[in-house]
Design a protein around this ligand. Structure first.
Ligand code: PHE
Ligand code: ZN
Length: 879
């Protein structure tokens, strides 16, 4: 058993006692099994830190062989290495510390530090991986200039890369070569990266607006260059966008991107040497979906944007993770909004928030955007930090306006460039530049939980006054039994009976506000009075999802249909459709559980029928509007989750709509066929989305002719979007075509790992009986391995969100996940703890599943030698 995890608290933050302004590293990759790492660190006392004569460096699975100070080898009595630290006594004020250590890249199945993948050596250091390469003060407020020399076999590893600029390279004895890289920018250790591998290279350049030319290089597995072009073009777009939107220019002469198939996360923003999971960089129409293209574009942009928001200005400590992630996700969302449909981008972001973040915020791992405590920082790369963190930045943008926001960001860079700061630094800069008071707003960073707004209204016919009363509340979360009122921007409009919007005049304000206004909610209850409102309006609340809250207002179906048809805010048009369906789904679930028949009204079919009839204007939007609320989002609304009931009722609604709108769906399927060559642009992707959504609805009716259509689409598709849509539809259909299609798909794509992942996910997501056994079999399939995170996410990650089969009432899905998670924990604890999080919300489920899930957690908790990562999750879940 590892030593019990201890908790780290934000309130205990102290500046480091020592600083390390300079690092010279020599990494000799002698074999896959062993590397020799020699580090020379310039160390000096930090005048801002506590005085100490003892230097304690972090380390993890590094064997230290020798230590010297200013060239003098230290006798063993002066230094001591245990499993986590290298402690050196009686050190001077300022000195050069040399260490020599060994690491074992091939044994590094955690994929943190330096590890091997099929074509060579790769690294990942965020958050605490650098200590797995060499002893160091591995914390982001210790920033150093790095000079790195790599040595490796020349034939097997022809490409040698590190951060910064290539300074020199050459051959050495025994068929080996070396390269020296110098990074001129001081950086925290988590941004360190090295690569030594056999890779193909695609080269391009970018001319900055100040006229500098930057070398861009993409490195991919041999033979995959044709899959790198899309991402390379995306990088250039992102560079241009950041110049235009924020006035930010790339600061390097050389910008390298490397793709690797074994990677714990999506991608990593290492200074000048981004390392990407292959699935977020490689793209080609026949193997990547529209969703992949979109995600790759945004991720390439995201990692590039980090160069300023994260790298130039970095985090003081890991409690501040949202400083870089919230702001960078927000910038990525702005970029996507500019390049794709703004409305669709917003809808997708909010759907993500509701499926991932809202449940987290209502569970045992709930934490503020700036957490106050953690055991393992790797468990805090969460939807809350990323997605809710972005919503916080967006709210500030809404509150101060785009001009002031931009000024605030400019001031943020002026004040903090080159420094490691806290989330307050960002809020303060926006506050100073705009003159706004964000004092109360800061609470958003400290309080966990999803706030709920109860909105009630009153219309006075005599005075033509309309009154909105808004009351905010926020449920208790771990460690935070009571909450303070938050400062919430609530964007609203008022629709008249014919759908026209009223001009707004808010009492107490001089000027009219057009037809949309942002109300600032500060107190627990606030009353807003609108004057000169000619008739009782329907309120359009929280337009464009102006705050990450739940809005509760007693809409009736007529009001929702009015909003769905006429709201000038496209997000709220979509939202009205979601509410319409959600209200009926909740009634349906109650009926189902009480043994009553589940029925749906005509107006639902009529409302969705109108969306379908108007689809031509914006097929992408129509596809979003016709997508029913996801099962997890429905489940979240229930007192007690019964996943099977949710699934059955939602499926019943799908078949109801498919029957009623059969001809319209069929028409859409035929009309929106992709003409000509494939292009991943937003308009073409939107047409495919609507067509494939129509196919999925029709397939739920199970007619043989529809099945044949799906088979034909699968066989003739020239792009993966259409092929995978057909395959998924067949995978959910209990028909003879199903197994044939799945087997043929694997046979065709078995040599393309990223497509095999799609196949594994499609199998694991099937709602049909037998899926648990199938997933169990697939864990033994040659295509599957626990060593590769992509395979784990594809099979087990997908299975974990399968509401029917993971949650099978006999517990078989839970047993499978438990067994696999325990095996995985010994291989890659960061990925294992993510799988275990599938159990954390057991308390929300109906009694049978609640007990089974709890037993699974207890079984995991009892495992000797459980990793700290997984132990934190099970500990909090069972607390
Ligand atoms: N910092 C990365 C990003 O958000 C994510 C990441 C975290 C990657 C930890 C690797 C390890 O862009
Ligand atoms: Zn990021």
């Amino acid at each position: 058993m590892e030593a019990p995890a201890s908790t780290v608290y934000l309130k205990d933050y102290r500046p480091p006692s020592f600083l390390i302004p300079e690092v010279v590293l020599d990494i000799d990759l002698q074999s896959e099994d062993e590397a020799l790492v020699q580090a020379t660190l310039a160390v000096r006392r930090n005048p801002e830190g506590a005085a100490s004569g003892t230097l304690v460096l972090d380390l993890d699975e590094v064997a230290v062989e020798a230590v010297a100070i200013d060239g003098e080898p230290l006798v063993p009595a002066r230094w001591q290495a245990d499993a986590r630290h290298l402690t050196i006594r009686d050190v001077p004020e300022s000195f050069r510390l040399a260490t020599r250590s060994r690491i074992h890249p091939r044994r590094n199945t955690k994929l943190m530090g330096i590890y091997t993948s099929s074509t060579g050596f790769f690294s990942l250091c965020e958050a605490e991986g650098f200590r797995r390469i060499t002893p160091f003060l591995d914390r982001p407020d210790v920033m150093a200039r790095y000079t790195v020399t790599l040595h490796a076999d020349e034939e097997r590893y022809p490409v040698l890369l590190a951060n910064g600029n290539l300074e020199a390279q050459g051959a050495e004895g025994g068929g080996r070569h070396w390269a020296r890289w110098v990074d001129p920018f001081p950086k925290p250790s988590y941004l360190f990266a090295v690569v030594a591998a056999r890779l193909d290279r695609e080269q391009d350049s970018f001319r900055t607006r100040s006229g500098r030319s930057v070398l861009l290089q993409f490195f991919v597995e041999p033979g995959k260059l044709d899959q790198g072009r899309f991402a390379l073009d995306a990088l250039k777009q992102a560079m241009k966008w950041d110049e235009e939107r924020y006035g930010l220019e790339v600061d390097l002469d050389e910008y390298n991107v490397v793709a690797v198939g074994d990677f714990n996360a999506g991608a990593m923003e290492n200074k000048g040497l981004n390392i990407f999971n292959t699935k977020l960089v490689l793209a080609r129409a026949d193997i990547s979906t529209d969703g992949d293209f979109n995600f790759i574009d945004r991720t390439v942009a995201h990692e590039y944007f980090h160069n300023w928001t994260g790298n130039r200005v970095t985090c003081r400590d890991w409690f501040q993770l949202a400083l870089k992630e919230g702001l960078t996700v927000f910038r990525e969302q702005q970029y996507a909004g500019d390049r794709y449909s703004r409305a669709v981008a917003r809808i997708q972001a909010v759907r993500n928030l509701r499926t991932g973040q809202f449940p987290e915020d209502a569970g045992p791992m709930a934490h503020p955007v700036r957490p106050a405590a953690y055991q393992q920082v790797s468990n805090f790369y969460t939807a809350t930090v990323y997605q809710k963190g972005a919503e916080l930045v967006r709210m500030m943008h809404t509150l101060v306006g785009p001009e002031n926001f931009r000024k605030g960001i400019a001031l943020y860079f002026r004040l903090h460039d080159g420094h490691a700061v806290t989330t307050d630094a960002l809020v303060e800069a926006i506050e100073q530049a705009s003159g706004a008071d964000l004092g109360q707003f800061r609470l958003w960073y400290e309080q966990a939980g999803t706030p709920r707004l109860a909105v009630r209204d009153r219309y006075d016919e005599a005075t033509h006054t309309y009154e909105l009363t808004v009351t905010q509340s926020c449920p208790p979360t771990p460690g935070q039994p009571t909450k303070q009122a938050l400062h919430i921007p609530l964007a609203v409009g008022l629709l008249g009976p014919n759908g026209r919007e009223f001009a707004l005049r808010v009492e107490g304000e001089k000027n009219g506000r057009g037809t949309s206004t942002v109300l600032s909610l500060r107190g627990e209850t606030e009353v807003f009075r609108f004057l000169d409102v000619p008739a009782r309006p329907v309120p359009s609340l929280a337009r464009n999802f102006s705050a990450p809250v739940l809005v509760d207002y007693p809409y009736d179906e007529d009001a929702l249909q009015l909003l769905l048809g006429y709201d000038s805010d496209p997000f709220n048009r979509w939202e009205a459709g979601q509410r319409l369906a959600m209200d009926l789904l909740l009634v349906g679930v109650a009926d189902f559980r009480a043994g009553r028949p589940v029925q749906f009204p005509d107006y639902l079919a009529q409302a969705f029928g109108r969306v379908l009839a108007d689809a031509e204007q914006d097929p992408a939007f129509a596809a979003e509007a016709l997508s029913l609320p996801p099962e997890v989002v429905v489940a979240e609304q229930l007192q007690e989750i019964d996943p099977l009931a949710v699934h059955r009722v939602r499926f019943a609604m799908r078949t109801f709509l498919a029957e009623r709108l059969h001809d319209a769906f069929q028409g859409a399927y035929e009309r929106y066929e992709t003409p000509g060559a494939y292009s991943p642009d937003a308009v073409s992707a939107g047409r495919r989305a609507l067509r494939n959504l129509s196919l999925a609805f029709l397939m739920d009716l199970g007619a043989p002719t529809t099945r044949q259509r799906a088979v034909r689409q699968l066989e003739t598709a020239t792009n993966m979007t259409d092929a995978l849509a057909a395959l998924s539809a067949l995978a959910n259909c209990d028909c003879p075509e199903r197994r044939v299609a799945l087997d043929a798909f694997y046979a065709k794509w078995q040599d393309e790992p990223l497509v095999v992942d799609k196949w594994l996910a499609t199998e694991a997501l099937s709602r049909l009986p037998g899926t648990v056994e199938r997933v169990r079999d697939l864990t033994l399939h040659p295509a599957f391995t626990l060593q590769n995170p992509n395979k784990v996410y594809a099979l087990l990650g997908s299975f974990g969100v399968n509401q029917v089969n993971f949650h099978a009432a006999d517990g078989s899905g839970y047993r499978l996940m438990t067994e696999q998670a325990l095996l995985l924990d010994a291989v890659n604890p960061q990925v294992a703890s993510r799988m275990v999080r599938n159990f954390e919300r057991y308390g929300r489920f109906e009694p049978v599943r609640r007990d089974l899930m709890r037993a699974a957690l207890e079984q995991i908790a009892a495992k000797p030698g459980l990793s700290r990562e997984t132990a934190e999750v099970v500990g909090k879940a069972l607390a």
